[in-house]
Design a protein around this ligand. Sequence first.
Ligand code: PLP
Length: 437
Amino acid sequence: MLETKSRSAALYERALQLMPGGVSRNAVLRKPHPLYVEKGEGCWVTDVEGVRRIDFANNMASLIHGHAHPAIVAAVTAQLRKGSAFTLATEQEIELAEHLIGRTPSFEMIRFVNSGTEAVMSGLKAARAFTGRPRIAKVEGAYHGMYDYAEVSQTAKPHNWGDPEHPASVPVCHGTPQAALDDVVVIPHNDSERAARILDECGDSLACILIDVMPHRVALLPAAPEFLRTLRGWATAHGALLVFDEVITYRSEYGGAQAWYDVRPDLTAMGKIIGGGFPVGALAGRRDVMSVMDPHAAQVRFPHSGTFSANPVTMVAGLTALKLFDEAAVARLNGLGDRARAGAAEAIRIADVPACVTGRGSLLRLHMKAEPPTDYRSSFATAPETARLQALLDHFFASGIMMINTGTAALSTAMTEVEIDRFAESLLDGLRKLKTL
Ligand SMILES: Cc1ncc(COP(=O)(O)O)c(C=O)c1O
């Protein structure tokens, strides 16, 4: 019999000749090949084979309203007719700036960029420019994008992560300058005592502490309030800044996940949902710190620019998405998140397999571990756990559900209890299958 190749397989063959690994972002890789998309609508995605799946990945948590929301499509289409990028300022950037500054009390001024990586990089450079200090501290395992300094230790492994009292500065990329590694101090998540001891050894050399209050790669574990208070207190006492990375977590509350805490960051990096489905990043925070970018200053401490920064297409998409994501919409979505996590916990209990679920708000993550992890090291998946997670993700995919490849789900307002319950049912089936493997 003549075997016909799927359209995705044929497309991937072409792509392999053109792009390393056949892709421009590793997140879309799947075995034996990535699937290619035809279209998305609400919480559904259809691939080029015509197969529909419920989208729990939402372009790596960046689509808060799912796909092709009619209001966003209309706003973007109207803007496209007027042009997509200019060497002139636009009113649209002022409107999105006003909206975001009105949403989050720690925001006094803001600048837009094109990605979360760029937002975090800008935050670190602003902190250095403000303090005149080179070094930063960050949490072991936390992902903050691709800037040399921000990515240190993100992929640390048991053979190279070192003593827990002094986690090693492990490079992600071959050839990372030793100087970059030396300028990054790694602290453990949610361990106030150890973190304070490590920070104390840095004296007054740190420009900032960079922290994600619910780091996806650190098991999606919310920061303990006491941990954040320790970091805030230490930073203030030593003239360093506290920089939050809310690239993922800004979706968690109306004013971002920082609303969960009585601690205020000096700067916040954002991305993902604030662009309404278009490439975006932003850095917001204290007026005096943000002023390092002021081009009118006698001495500009941090000249900051970007060809597509604050382009009006992203600005109108972001503003439309955020206006729709009002307090009622946030509460409804977080309610669905609670239902999903409860459904997952119940499925795990019924199936009686070693697994657990973490997360808060509209995010959850599944782990193939009986005990919920407490930090990066305890969340690190063993080879058998990784294999079981992959089998579960394949089951989800086959049963019409798309997840992020870490076992994470990011909900969208296009979902209802029907899709959430379908997720929990599919999980129960998948866990039962795992028992038979
Ligand atoms: C917490 C966090 N920071 C930064 C980034 C980088 O954002 P981008 O992929 O837009 O560069 C990501 C991306 O997933 C992220 O999750």
